[in-house]
Design a protein around this ligand. Structure first.
Ligand SMILES: C[S@@+](CC[C@H](N)C(=O)[O-])C[C@H]1O[C@@H](n2cnc3c(N)ncnc32)[C@H](O)[C@@H]1O
Length: 269
């Protein structure tokens, strides 16, 4: 009986049948490996720690002043290039923004460590310099070396020694951890291309109890003659700050065009 069975198998293994069997085996192997790879990829993407970051920002066609990247419903604005540095030093800025009044509102003291993120030409940092004195430090953080060069030139002209220029990146201000009493952002935050990552790293650099001040043109006020994407509402700032270990302290409205929205770093485990 066994011989009969083997004979029938052998008779069945004609060249045409062998090709069919081979095709079935190869096809099966292909389907098996495809399914295994797909499933692995799926389970990997679900546990991938970078997945939330990759879905954090949306893309759309850029508007005139924007970069086409949307964060929490807001289009991020283009960065102000160093060729426009003269605008930061315009004489009428005293009247439009009252920088000395802003500095009084920030309640700084001698010896404080301030990070002026997006320092530009140092228009604000140079005015803070006197307030914190020789025992204080200002980290003037920039992503454009040309701005840091202008800052260094102006510091030399004015005999200022307590500002340290820091070349950061679009995601990281490159500051020492737990070192900063106040992180100040004057007309800057709305142009961070990576606001979430920047805030994460700014929080890392803050001491617990240290403060962050967002100084932004008021979106709520139509009479402020500034482009739409260069303005931010108080609510939007709070929405974007509070995923971080920051607690809202106060919003100060004493300036002509800007509001000053202040948060404090809270301890995390
Ligand atoms: C409109 S200017 C304001 C400068 C300064 N704060 C002032 O009020 O005079 C914005 C500056 O922020 C800088 N900037 C943009 N994104 C930055 C980032 N991620 N880190 C540091 N600086 C940044 C730009 O290079 C630009 O010089």
């Amino acid at each position: 009986m066994i011989t009969k069975f083997l004979n029938s198998c052998w008779r069945g293994l004609q060249p045409r049948n062998i090709i069919k069997i081979c095709a079935i085996v190869v096809g099966g192997l292909f389907l098996f490996s495809y399914a295994t790879i797909s499933l692995k990829g799926d389970s990997h993407s679900k546990t991938d720690k970078t997945r939330p970051a990759s879905t954090r920002y949306e893309k759309r066609t850029p508007s005139r002043d924007g970069i086409g990247k949307i964060y929490m419903g807001r289009e991020i604005s283009q960065v102000m290039g160093h060729l426009a540095a003269g605008w930061l030093e315009r004489p009428e800025r005293e009247r439009e923004e009252m920088p000395n009044k802003l500095i009084e509102m920030l309640k700084l003291k001698e010896g404080d460590v301030v990070a002026d993120i997006g320092v530009g030409t140092g228009y604000i940092a140079r005015r803070i310099s006197l307030k914190i004195g020789d025992t204080g430090t200002i980290y003037g953080v920039e992503i454009q070396q040309e701005m840091l060069d202008i800052l260094a030139k102006k510091m030399a002209e004015e005999g200022i020694t307590n500002i340290k220029g820091v070349l950061g990146t679009i995601t990281d201000p490159k500051l020492p951890p737990n070192s900063v009493d106040l992180a100040l952002m004057v007309d800057v935050y709305h142009e961070f291309s990576h606001p979430y990552e920047m805030m994460q790293n700014i929080c890392r650099a803050l001491k617990v109890g240290g403060r962050v001040a967002f100084v932004e043109y008021r979106l709520e006020d139509d009479s402020v003659p500034i482009k739409r994407l260069h303005k931010m509402s108080e609510l939007q700032v709070i929405k974007e700050a509070t995923p971080h270990p920051l607690s809202w302290i106060e919003t100060l409205d004493g300036l002509p065009w800007q509001h000053v929205i202040i948060f404090e770093k809270v301890a995390t485990e």
